[in-house]
Design a protein around this ligand. Structure first.
Ligand code: F6P
Length: 323
């Protein structure tokens, strides 16, 4: 029976991770489980950077971006030796179950730990990229797209005043979710996604014909993982073909910061609580996600073997509305 659980955040931080930590800690304590917080993800676990947590350890954090537990990407945890060191610390602290909040790299590590050392693990999807199967949305995504959209709206003001084309690069690693939603919501003329091969000539035609019809500005949203090589590269290529002047904005890490939205806080609270309860009930090797408004659990392995599909209907809609 599980008596003490550990909680860590790993990979890129995402707004809402704190709300999730709070939910894990308070749910566990509500069910009479003790909780240990692990700082700096798996790197901290290997080094024994851990602390006992109580209800007040997570006071006044639900509204804060980032993660109070800090985060890191650990190369050492990818090795059996690293995981052995991590397990020694878990044993020393009496931790018999672990909630890992992060992206798919986080689950691979958790899965190895569970297989090699019989530590119960439950994952929670925390990443702005929304690239995790088994959940409609990841924690942090809603905040990130709203931050990015706010930036696009601001850029549109200056783009229209100068009658310019802007190429705006958004994050997402090799997934186009952020680009697609922000592009549609921002009324982008063109959206470039890693999931869809870019037709450069078609894109040039969309931009030149829009300007010929009297458009005062054009916005191209470029997913950072698009095969064209990023906003600067594609902007130069378009200039070579059309002679159109351009400006580029890379939104970068601004998309990862800020106070989480209502949706992210609610999602984080639901999934954090579900993960703690799943551990208490003896589950392991699963991730708590939300599908069609309901909490659902997915086997960890199927998360990184599958790929979240891009919404092609939404992409076609964006093309139709950009005429
Ligand atoms: O996975 C989240 C994310 O922000 C990606 O969108 C981006 O590609 C990456 O992390 C950036 O990582 P880092 O913060 O290590 O530069």
């Amino acid at each position: 029976m599980i008596k003490k659980i550990g909680v860590l955040t790993s990979g890129g931080d995402a707004p809402g991770m704190n709300a999730c930590i709070r939910a894990v800690v308070r749910t566990a304590i509500y069910h009479d489980l003790a909780v240990v917080g692990i700082r700096r993800g798996y790197a901290g676990l290997i080094e024994g950077d851990m602390m006992e947590m109580d209800v007040s350890s997570v006071s006044n954090i639900i509204q804060r971006g980032g993660t109070i537990l800090k985060t890191a990407r650990s190369e050492e945890f990818k090795t059996p030796e690293g995981r052995a060191r991590a397990t020694k610390n878990l044993h020393q602290w009496g931790v018999d179950g672990l909630v890992t909040i992060g992206g798919d790299g986080t689950y691979r590590g958790a899965n190895c730990l569970s297989k090699e050392w019989d530590i119960a693990v439950v994952g929670v999807p925390g990443t702005i990229d929304n690239d995790i199967c088994g959940t409609d949305f990841t924690i942090g995504y809603d905040t990130a797209i709203n931050v990015a959209l706010d930036a696009v709206d601001r850029i549109r003001d200056t783009a229209a005043s100068h009658e310019r084309i802007f190429f705006i690069e958004v994050m997402g690693r090799d997934a186009g979710c952020i680009a697609l939603d922000v592009g549609v919501a921002g009324g982008a003329e063109v959206i470039l996604l890693p999931e869809i091969l870019t037709d450069v000539d078609k894109m040039c035609n969309t931009l030149t014909s829009g300007l010929a019809r009297g458009k005062s500005s054009s916005i191209v949203i470029v997913a950072e993982g698009d095969e064209t090589g990023g906003a600067y590269a594609i902007a130069e290529k378009v200039k070579e073909k059309t002679g159109l002047d351009y400006r580029v904005t890379i939104l970068g890490h601004i998309q990862r910061g800020g106070s989480p939205t209502v949706r992210d806080r609610v999602l984080a609270s639901k999934l954090g609580a579900a993960a703690a309860e799943a551990l208490r009930d003896g589950a392991s090797d699963i991730m708590a996600g939300e599908v069609s408004g309901k909490v659902e659990f997915t086997q960890l392995e199927s998360i990184w073997t599958g790929r979240k599909e891009v919404d092609m209907n939404l992409w076609r809609l964006a093309e139709m509305l950009a005429i």
